[in-house]
Design a protein around this ligand. Sequence first.
Ligand code: ZN
Ligand code: ZN
Length: 354
Amino acid sequence: MSRLDSLRSTFNAKRINAVLVSKPVNVRYFSGFTGDSTILIITRRRQILVTDGRYDDQARLECPQFEIVKQERGLFKAVADQLKSIGIRRVGFEGNAITFAEHAALQKLLPEWNFVALALDGLRQVKDADEIERLRRACSIADRAFEEVLNYIRAGVREIEVAARLEYLMRQYGSERAAFETIVASGLNGCYPHARASSKMINDGEFVTMDFGAVVEGYHSDMTRTVMVGQANDEQRRIYNAVLDAQLLGLKSIRAGVSGREVDKKVRDFLKKADLEKHFTHGLGHGVGLEIHEDPRLSRLSRCKELKAGMLVTDEPGVYVLNFGGVRIEDTVLVTAEGSEPLTRSPKELIELM
Ligand code: ZN
Ligand code: ZN
């Protein structure tokens, strides 16, 4: 089924005859349009793209199956005019993308219309072959950057310099931009799962956790590796290997048919046995695609009842201990019918940089 067909197939359940798509990644997903400030109006028979003069030509080029409307007096005014002329009065909109003020403006322009909030992000969860190909490329760019940045990490280098180097390398290998703000956390900074790369110098005997990703044609990769500068002591080695075993267990547990909670619980139970579960303070993973964090989630609260082949998720257990530091290992993983295939392939055995 085409993307637009699958979108239309949700109309009956919501008792709508049209939907407004306004979140940029969803506009891109359903139309191919890569600009912003644009709304799609999808009815059962028509698909209209409303944009402005900057994007007029680009929209015609990128979206040959769409009627293009160039607005000149405001995006929502033009959308309202279109809805009036189509005559459909029960219309879905993206509740997580339209602001309260925009909704009020639209309702004021069309007082007799019924606008129904709904969520479209879930329709992007299962990826097709083209999307998987882009994700593969984004993952392999991250792998290449990691391999090369290892030559650069040593005592005396600052976290922020490692982050800059990673982002530079990824762009050099074809990434559109960094998938998110690159995390480089060394030593005690590693105890914060979302530590920012700071001007702290990396010291001998410290873990360095790097969480980074590339973007290819809008699709994000997400990978974390933790390496040791110098030689690891026994406690560091014990914690590293526990996280690694947990991560491998995650890879083994991910397959079509299992729920997002089940996978998370397996890994959490494993870390409990190593007495580290209380330091694992986030979910096991999340979907990736046009957004860096999307459904399905692998967590205690996941609403994903069943992973499906073609979904992309991360597998990223982490252990964060105050006054010790942290270890996280993360792959971007393709769910298959038989199991899982990690698309990030950098080595995971403890690397000690001497
Ligand atoms: Zn990450
Ligand atoms: Zn992640």
